[in-house]
Design a protein around this ligand. Structure first.
Ligand SMILES: Nc1ncnc2c1ncn2[C@@H]1O[C@H](COP(=O)(O)OP(=O)(O)OP(=O)(O)O)[C@@H](O)[C@H]1O
Ligand SMILES: [Mg+2]
Length: 226
């Protein structure tokens, strides 16, 4: 069974319940998650690749229990962090993108071609030899996306991937999301990014309070935070 399943999932940090009995089956190609600060979105997203383990319930990716098959799940799920600094592992931009492909068994020429294509697509070609840690915040965010997407994971989870981007780069990412074959789960406060998605989930206090097509779901969220 392909897709992501949350089966009556809860998560506690200490004695605070931050995800509260969530049951979801996500099979749509592009799913957005919105909600107020602290509503549990990142915690929920992180459970998809096992960064956070549920206190109760079970999360499955393509039928695999994430708690038991973490390594296999992480091969399928690419996770883009909000803070791109945590994701940069190599000295230069090009090396950082190439690092993702180290276990992909591509020929060096194929790997190099894929890296160059990806750098180009994300507007990073001119920065390819720069020290990755000295990029601007938005450039790092583009690099984090590029470094995940170059691996062509079957599911991409992105936690606020466009918060630091200027309008042009945010549009570039939005357009890229439209063309992705991968299943995409995006947490965002930029509601317009999610308007063309297939489904939007609204979280509040650790619970799913709306789950619908983008327009009604986003209207419900706007009414809530109004
Ligand atoms: N590692 C942690 N240890 C303790 N509490 C945590 C931890 N991570 C998150 N929390 C708490 O869990 C709750 C939900 O946090 P989460 O990061 O999932 O919210 P969010 O919806 O992503 O918010 P934001 O929109 O601000 O990113 C918050 O009250 C937060 O303080
Ligand atoms: Mg968050």
């Amino acid at each position: 069974m392909s897709g992501i399943r949350f089966e009556d999932v809860s998560h506690d940090f200490g004695d605070e319940r931050v995800v509260d009995h969530v049951t979801l089956e996500l099979t749509e190609r592009r799913v957005g998650i919105v909600g107020a600060n602290g509503s549990g979105k990142s915690t929920l997203a992180r459970m998809i690749n096992g960064l956070v383990t549920p206190t109760e319930g079970r999360v499955e990716v393509d039928g695999l229990d994430v708690a038991r098959h973490g390594r296999e799940v992480r091969r399928r799920v690419g996770f883009v962090f909000t803070n791109a600094d945590t994701q940069i592992v190599m000295p230069t931009v090009r090396e950082d993108v190439a690092f993702t492909l180290r276990r992909h068994r591509l020929s060096p020429a194929d790997a190099a071609a894929r890296v160059e294509r990806t750098l180009d697509r994300f507007g990073l070609a001119d920065l390819a030899d720069r020290p990755a840690h000295r990029l601007s915040g938005g450039q790092k965010q583009l690099l984090a996306l590029a470094a995940v997407l170059v691996g062509e994971p079957s599911i991409v989870v992105a936690d606020e991937p466009t918060t630091l981007l200027d309008a042009r780069n945010a549009r570039r990412i939005a357009e890229h999301f439209e063309t992705l074959d991968e299943q995409l789960v995006v947490v965002s406060h930029q509601l317009e990014l999610l308007e063309s998605f297939d489904r939007v989930i609204v979280m509040e206090g650790g619970r799913v309070i709306a789950d619908d097509e983008p327009r009604p779901a986003l209207d419900a969220y706007r009414a809530l935070i109004g």
